[in-house]
Write a new protein. Structure first.
Lengths: 155, 121
């Protein structure tokens, strides 16, 4: 757990671009598109861009729906840093946070047919590292450009 | 995302193309949920043109499977691109669906209404 950028992510707070948004999935499209354009300009691969977009959307959707509970008076904060070697994105909501150990594993047989609950698992599967702040209302995503796709786990 | 529907007897065929945008999940869920019923319990989703989908989109597809089964039907997926098929595997939901390489195979399977091709129902 950490108060700001996880040390292992290798950047400082000052290196991050910050965007504050209303708690609305329509409002997050422009910054998402901006991040994806920057990745394309930096020639990140299709595979990397798919992974980053997926993880970013899962983080944003969780923040809007679960963190801020669809409350239009609340806000989201996105911070990000794109370098030639890695991408770091943080998404913070104004909710009370959550306990990671209380989230059901969506890959267990008994949970497979539940429609929701896959966001955290997908972030973990597609990102190099995923970390949370102490409260659980901010998620930090790290994607190393050179990292190979993680193998698909089977239970 | 482009969403086109046609009905073929007891089956709705939905062709998805492009990207499911982050703010389109709810609408996608509603549109899929409205298709399956007693007169048309089968759903064929042609994914060959689908480039991007997130967990909300996957949730809508999983839920449509539950509805189809209530009416004695099934959901059949057609020819997802490799990165989409990998996503289905990562999410462990590939095993919930019939996945076919061609639309013709999917339609034939809805007529047969039995597990075949590459995955059990």
């Amino acid at each position: 757990m950490h108060r700001s950028v996880p040390d292992e992510f290798g950047v400082r707070d000052g290196d991050l671009v910050e965007i504050v948004l209303p708690n609305d999935l329509r409002a997050v499209r422009p910054p998402e598109e901006q991040i994806m354009r920057e990745l394309l300009q930096r020639r990140y691969s299709d595979e990397c861009r798919f992974a980053i977009r997926l993880a970013l959307e899962e983080a944003l959707t969780n923040a809007v729906r679960h963190g801020n509970r669809n409350d239009a008076s609340k806000r989201l904060r996105i911070r990000y840093h794109i370098s030639p070697k890695r991408v770091i994105i943080a998404v913070r909501d104004e909710g009370a946070g959550f306990r990671l150990d209380r989230v059901a594993d969506p890959t267990k047989q008994e949970n497979l047919e539940r429609p929701s609950g896959r966001g955290i698992m997908l972030m973990n599967a597609y990102m190099t590292k995923v970390r949370y702040n102490e409260t659980g209302n901010e998620v930090w995503l790290l994607k190393e450009r050179a990292a190979r796709a993680k193998p698909v786990s089977r239970k | 995302m482009q969403f086109a529907v046609r009905q073929d007897g007891p089956t709705h065929v939905v062709t998805l193309a492009g990207d499911l945008q982050i703010d389109e999940g709810t609408q996608f869920h509603r549109r899929l949920a409205g298709l399956v019923g007693p007169a048309a319990p089968h759903l064929v989703l042609d994914l060959s043109g689908l480039e991007f989908i997130n967990s909300e989109g996957l949730a809508a597809i999983v839920e449509s499977r539950g509805t189809a089964r209530q009416f004695g039907g099934a959901v059949h997926l057609v020819n997802p691109k490799p990165h989409i098929e990998r996503l289905l595997k990562v999410a462990h939901i590939d095993r919930l669906f019939f996945i076919h390489r061609t639309l013709e195979a999917a339609l034939a399977a809805t007529g047969a209404a039995k597990p075949n091709d590459r995955n059990p129902g």
